[in-house]
Design a protein around this ligand. Structure first.
Ligand code: SF4
Ligand code: SF4
Length: 451
């Protein structure tokens, strides 16, 4: 099917008024409709690409994050999600990122369906090995095989170790993860090897230096410039010819929706008129070190806007004035934090295991920036689901951290506030439920293997 016909089909199925108009005009003026739609599709299909240094792949600078497919009552709306994904591919996007647990395991299945009819050949698929589901070395191959089945493919183009931090990293090393990866590469089930990251800067460098990675994925946006791997990590990976994919470019939507009034006023005063999302995305693409960014796009409008920006941006193209606007917005967000923690990490390690900066980070995200998912992230990342327990109520008020804080934060007192707001019985239920789910997912994979 040509791109033109496909575009026409998308417009038609959306019941788009424009399509009816075009159809009418084509008939009336005797225009070849296939040619017309083909032309329009070509005009739209000018997304920029950047090269992966170690393999030469040209990837679209916008990757499709599949954590946020359109869903109803917890189930993906298949027809809509497939149409959106294929529509984006028709317009030049060629990198799709998923993971074993996304949409409770249904994301990989959906992608398998969406990539039929010739779409598989047009894209690179990335998915991830969840360290928290690996209980013994053989589990790694079992999970990979399950992923290949769900995706209905023979190989995964970009395979990541999921959400590495010091704990997950050591866990996978104990299970001989590199032997597993090399073996699967030889078998042709994996092509390129990388990792996604949610730890601290030192762990990031340690991981980068431990293997000949083709790519890595880090959380990066203008508010997280110095958080986790941060700008230092981005440059470190780039200097080693490792492609860097960026996740959370809009910080879970915070930088796009529910913008505080005074920050919106700052954007409105800028000479160039852009949506907050566009400012945030352009800032990331301005970095020459970034290969692509992932956006989880639920609405057609998000896809349209992101593809449009991805067809315009260049590296190092933002003017001084534009960067100044971002700096000022960043400063305003910083000033609005409820706990003035700068994530300097001088206060850790805590002898009782509290991840103090992360507790404050997510607490601030929930209160100041209204990140709707901050509480869930807190449960997942600190509650003991994807990593070891590191939540605020583990604090025993020993006082060791207090004199180390350059911001003079009364850490135990603030942690008490955090625990009151972010934890409670709901967290216990969520952690319990998630652990049951991952155990079930593992059992399901064993059952599928036997079958
Ligand atoms: S006061 Fe609390 S957070 Fe600080 S080191 Fe002691 S137990 Fe850890
Ligand atoms: S030392 Fe203070 S500012 Fe730095 S991370 Fe700890 S609490 Fe935050």
């Amino acid at each position: 099917m040509t791109r033109g016909i496909c575009l026409r089909r998308q417009l038609f199925f959306k019941g788009n008024y424009v399509c009816v108009e075009i159809e009418y005009s084509c008939v009336r003026y005797g225009i070849n409709r296939t040619m017309f739609y083909g032309r329009v599709a070509k005009e739209l299909n000018n997304v920029k690409y950047r090269k992966v240094p170690k393999n030469g792949d040209k990837l679209s600078i916008l990757g499709y994050g599949t954590m946020r497919f359109p869903a109803k009552n917890g189930r993906i709306i298949e027809q809509k999600a497939i149409a959106q994904l294929r529509g984006a591919i028709d317009r030049g996007l060629n990198y799709i990122d998923t993971a074993y647990p996304y949409h409770a395991g249904a994301s990989e299945v959906l992608i398998g369906k969406a990539l039929k009819d010739g779409y598989r050949e047009k894209v690179k698929i990335a998915t991830k090995l969840p360290p928290w589901s690996v209980k013994k070395a053989e589990d790694m191959e079992m999970i990979l095989n399950d992923q290949l089945n769900k995706l209905q493919v023979d190989c995964i183009d970009y395979y990541l170790l999921h959400a590495l931090n010091d704990v997950n990293w050591k866990r996978l090393l104990e299970f001989g993860v590199f032997d597993f990866l090399e073996e699967q590469k030889k078998k042709g089930k994996i092509i390129n090897i990388g990792f996604s990251f949610h730890g601290d800067k030192d762990t990031f460098k340690e991981i980068i230096d431990a293997y000949d990675w083709v790519f890595c994925m880090i959380q990066y946006n203008f508010l997280d410039e110095n958080y986790q791997a941060g700008r230092g990590g981005l440059e470190y990976a780039y200097d080693k010819d490792i492609a860097v994919m960026v996740m959370e470019p809009l910080r879970g939507g915070t930088l796009a929706n529910g913008i505080p009034e005074k920050i919106q006023a700052k954007y409105d005063k800028a000479q160039i008129k852009r949506s907050p999302a566009e400012w945030a995305l352009r800032w990331i693409w301005n970095h020459k070190e970034v290969t692509l960014l992932l956006s989880g796009m639920t609405e057609d409008a998000h896809i349209d806007e992101n593809l449009k920006i991805a067809s315009e941006v260049e590296k190092d193209s933002m003017a001084k004035g534009e960067l100044k606007t971002i700096d000022e917005v960043k400063k305003m967000y910083e000033d609005m934090k409820k706990v003035p923690c700068t994530s300097c990490r001088y206060c850790i390690p805590c002898p009782f295991g509290v991840d103090i900066p992360r507790c404050f980070e997510l607490f601030n995200a929930k209160n100041t920036m209204r990140v709707s998912k901050a509480k869930k992230f807190y449960w997942f990342q600190l509650g003991g689901i994807t990593s070891k327990k590191a939540y605020a109520s583990l604090c025993r008020d020993c006082g060791v951290c207090v004199p180390k804080c350059p911001q003079n934060i009364d850490i135990p007192k603030e942690l008490f506030m955090v625990s009151k707001e972010m934890e409670g019985f709901t967290m216990k239920i969520a952690v319990f439920g998630a652990n049951i789910f991952f155990a079930f997912q593992r059992k399901l994979a064993i059952w599928r293997k036997r079958k």
